[in-house]
Ligand binder design. Structure first.
Ligand code: NOJ
Ligand code: CA
Length: 533
């Protein structure tokens, strides 16, 4: 009998890295990250051990939502450079052995996009149906009860025509009508445009939301909405039956999958939903639609064994393949901050990175995570994110502050004397990539070591995920699971705790861990090769 062979995709054991381009590296000294800055830093990412970079939107945009409001999908915003500069990024990344995926934003465009401008100017013209329009209800109320991801109603009146248009985000981000075949054709051409330029795939913004209920029925309401609620609380007042994860979405991604296959490209969905596993499963697990869908639980978990276990178990049990994992992004407060900040926050974030590195699927880091960065400190007058109104804490600026590459004015992000678009937010020398590269005990070296070790155990991609059952004290203090002969474990308590299994320690978050086989230090995580599983 011939041994079973597994067909591998290039992303099956890959590690991704999110580049929020505006805050990564400024090459032309205007205080805003760009392609010239980015190209110079690709060596650093290769050194770190990254396989795939995901670049956030760089298309021409009025920047109401910092590029997630696209005015032209096949043009580079001059803020970030030119198409030639983009090509140079792809070329250099490929030369270093890294793949490049770009962020495509198909759910909505900018109100400045010519499609929307035509739709406004000519309500009977062909572009009107690129968007979703409804008359107000007979009593003058809004067409339905949907709330947006940023909170508040999803309908804005176009006074000229007397109709409302739908927007799941800002009014400046009108939703596209994916039931219109012309919209599908437009995007298939856009995908090909970038694939022909050499990109290796797409991170698909709001992948769960492209298609809406045909009749735009109101969602079942679970609790009353109060305008003062945080945006997620408003969202959670409804069961999202009609606005997201509609069955017709599958056909869109199946068609994209055919195109991607021609180029061996990756389709990675921003499948933001934590409740409808059954509806999400079909989009990713068959491999004929999205290849990978992000599971966002790791951005919301508490540092307890119970919370971590249930966060992992939910998608692993409910979605059979194709998971992407991240504990940080440009949308959430940084995990070091969420876990309490300082050394404790950093320790926990690194330990969570160890666990994510062992889960089935694709782990992603977010720029600066490998430096152990907490949120940057933003003052009220510096708030730029439209989300959250005056509520600083609800905004995303603190997790988007520029990367501190070096000490000194400009922090190696920009030239000395230049004010960055967002403040650095209180970075110290110890936060900088330069200082950390000189210190073998720094976070950046630990992350690098973690990624190196992960590369050496690629066979886990074929191994089942199995929980290691724990009893007594360990069950509330330790999270542990196995992938074949490799065990991943973390002590979530603030006390030293006996290790549930011993073996050859391949990686430990602290040095003592490498020496003491039997005890796990507070918040320590390890990767262990167990010889007699
Ligand atoms: C998700 C993106 O990650 C976020 O930054 C953006 O505001 C929304 N989608 C809307 O595009
Ligand atoms: Ca710049």
């Amino acid at each position: 009998m011939s041994p079973a062979t597994t067909t591998r995709n290039w992303w099956d054991h890959a590690v991704g890295y999110e580049i929020y381009i505006r805050s990564f590296a400024d090459g032309n000294g205007d205080g805003i990250g760009d392609f010239i800055g980015l190209v110079d830093k690709l060596d650093y990412l290769a050194w770190l051990g990254i396989d795939v970079v995901w670049i956030t939107p760089f298309y021409s945009s009025p920047m109401r939502d910092w590029g997630y409001d696209v005015a032209n999908y096949i043009a580079v915003d001059t803020t970030y450079g030119t198409l030639d500069d983009f090509d140079a990024v792809v070329e250099r990344a490929h030369a270093l052995g890294m793949k490049v995926i770009i962020d495509i934003v198909p759910n909505h465009c900018s109100d400045q996009h010519e499609w929307f401008q035509h739709a406004l100017a000519n309500p009977t013209g062909p572009y009107r149906d690129y968007f979703i329009w409804r008359d107000a209800a007979a009593d003058g109320s809004l067409p339905n009860n949907w709330v947006g991801y940023f909170g508040g109603p999803t309908w804005t009146l176009d006074e000229a025509s007397g109709q409302h248009y739908l927007h799941m985000f800002l009014p400046e981000q009108p939703d596209l009508n994916w039931r219109n075949p012309a919209v599908r054709d437009e995007f298939e051409a856009i995908l090909r445009f970038w694939l022909d330029r050499g990109v290796d795939g797409f991170r698909i913004d709001v992948a769960q939301g492209l298609i809406k209920d045909e009749q735009l029925r109101s969602n079942p309401q679970l609790a009353p909405v109060d305008a003062s609620m945080h945006r997620w609380e408003q969202w959670d007042c409804f069961e999202h039956q009609h606005d997201i994860l509609q069955p017709e979405t599958l056909a869109i991604f199946q068609s994209w999958n055919d195109i991607a296959a021609e180029y061996d490209a990756l389709l990675l969905g921003e499948t933001y939903d934590l409740t409808s596993l059954d509806r999400l499963d079909r989009l990713v697990s068959g491999g004929d639609a999205l290849h990978v869908g992000f599971w966002f639980g790791a951005m919301h978990l508490d540092w307890t064994a119970e919370s971590i276990r249930s966060t992992f178990a939910q998608p692993i049990d409910g979605i059979s393949a194709g998971l992407g994992w991240a504990q940080n992004s440009h949308d959430e407060h940084r995990s070091v901050t969420r876990f309490g900040g300082g050394d404790v926050g950093r320790r926990r974030a690194l330990s969570l990175a160890v666990l994510l590195a062992g889960l089935p699927g694709m782990p992603f880091l977010y720029q600066g995570e490998e430096l152990g960065l907490a949120n940057g400190i933003i003052e009220a007058e510096d708030k730029l994110d439209p989300v959250g109104g005056d509520d600083l804490d609800a905004g995303r600026d603190g997790n988007r502050t520029p990367i501190p590459w070096e000490t000194g004015d400009g922090m190696g992000f920009s030239e000395p004397g230049v004010t960055p678009w967002l403040p650095f937010g209180g970075r110290t020398e110890a936060d900088t990539a330069a200082a950390q590269r000189n210190d073998p005990d720094s976070m950046v070296h630990r992350y690098r070591q973690l990624l190196r070790v992960r590369r050496t155990i690629s066979h886990i991609a074929d191994a089942e995920f199995e929980w290691i059952e724990l009893s007594g004290e360990s069950s509330s203090d330790v999270v542990a699971f196995r992938r074949g002969d490799i065990v991943f474990m973390a002590n979530v308590s603030s006390d030293a705790t006996p290790s549930p299994l011993t073996g050859e320690v391949l990686f430990a978050t602290n040095d003592e861990g490498r020496e003491s086989r039997t005890m796990l230090a507070p918040d320590e995580a390890r990767i262990v090769l167990v010889l007699d599983p």
